[in-house]
Design a protein around this ligand. Structure first.
Ligand code: ADP
Ligand code: MG
Length: 333
């Protein structure tokens, strides 16, 4: 006689199957982790696919930590930041991160004929667009705030950053968010993540695809917040938008926003929004700001100077202007 009867054998067999199933489950079904935090005054959302939930969560948390570290280095308002030290000194030794941001920014400054300008700190404070009390300054005040600005006002040599004059105030607001996004992606990739999206208020970098499918990214219509201008199908790329519709105030029918034309000291009226695709978000961020200021024609010329860049410029008249690389990934709405 057998030691077990048939129902007991079946029962034991099922238990063995269940144990095997439980052990294999986390390996077979990849986990998706999605978390949000406010960093750099923006809601940052990270979506990551990983083999194991707890490891993916740890990678996402580390990526947020790195973005906060970059915020502390690049913010003008954070006690002891490189930027605060640069504000009081004519020249200062900065972190490798800030030196790297400034040298890429200077490259975009040169390529854009000065439209991208990291020395507009005084002008930004004067207008106060992102504060509770924005105002249209007088012509004389603007002239004063433009002193010490321009593509030659800032130099970087290794880790040493030098300002042309005491009036020069460095502002990395047009590029630092892109860099923080790139660092977050580096941390995710370094932790073995192969599919992720880091989205900081619409400025995005994608790592890989969305588990075998392209990521779908919608671009907002700059004049209708509930409508999309276009939909993009992307993988492994940065996509960054600069627009006049998020941080602005209106006075006497004029829209005053946070993207300044360094030649005039007023918000640029050349575009409504610019979306740039590039190999990294630091470059895409700087190019989007610069192309916005330049407007459709010169903005597209600028994007064509960078082999990894492509983009859409929605002009002041609402018309779309694109590079050939952008046409390949867009679906118009
Ligand atoms: P957002 O902060 O909405 O993502 P941007 O990346 O376009 O938008 O950056 C806007 C910021 O860039 C401004 O708040 C200011 O700090 C800075 N900025 C404004 N005009 C210029 C310019 N011509 N060149 C470089 N930076 C600029
Ligand atoms: Mg920018």
């Amino acid at each position: 006689m057998l030691p077990f009867n048939r129902p007991i054998i079946v029962f034991l067999f099922l238990i063995v199957l269940a144990i095997i199933g439980l052990r294999q489950c986390p390996f077979e079904k990849p986990e998706v982790v999605q978390k949000s935090q406010i960093i750099m005054d923006t809601v940052v959302q990270i979506t990551a696919f990983g083999e194991e939930g707890s490891r993916t969560t740890a990678a996402v948390n580390a990526a947020f930590g790195e973005m906060k570290r970059i915020e502390a280095l690049t913010s003008f308002y954070m006690e002891g930041s490189d930027l605060q030290r640069l504000a009081v000194a004519g020249s200062a030794e900065v972190s490798p991160e800030v030196a790297g941001i400034i040298s890429l920014g200077l490259e975009v400054a040169r390529a854009s004929g000065g439209a991208f300008d990291m020395t507009l700190g005084n002008l930004k404070s004067l207008w106060g667009i992102e504060t509770d009390q924005p105002r249209v300054p007088g012509v004389e005040e603007i002239r004063e705030a433009l002193k010490g600005t321009g593509p030659d006002a800032l130099k970087v040599d290794g880790l040493r950053v030098e300002k042309k004059s005491a009036a020069t105030t460095v502002d990395l607001g047009g590029i630092a968010k892109g860099f923080a996004i790139d660092r977050a992606v580096d941390i995710l990739a370094g932790n073995g993540i192969k599919h992720a999206a880091v989205n900081a208020g619409g400025d995005i970098r994608l790592l890989g695809d969305r588990k075998g499918k392209p990521w779908r990214i919608a671009i907002q219509d700059p004049r209708h917040s509930s409508r999309f201008a276009a939909k993009l199908f992307l993988k492994d790329v940065a996509v960054v938008t600069s627009g006049d519709y998020e941080r602005f105030f209106e006075k006497d029918g004029v829209r005053y926003h946070h993207l300044f034309d360094p030649r005039t000291g007023y918000p640029s009226q050349a575009s409504r929004s610019v979306t740039v695709l590039a190999e990294n978000a630091t470059l895409a961020d700087a190019l989007a700001t610069a192309a916005f200021v330049l407007g459709p024609e010169k903005g597209l010329d600028l994007l064509k100077k960078f082999p990894s860049a492509a983009g859409l410029i929605i002009g002041a008249d609402g018309k779309n202007h694109t590079t050939p690389g952008f046409d390949k990934v867009v679906e118009w709405q």
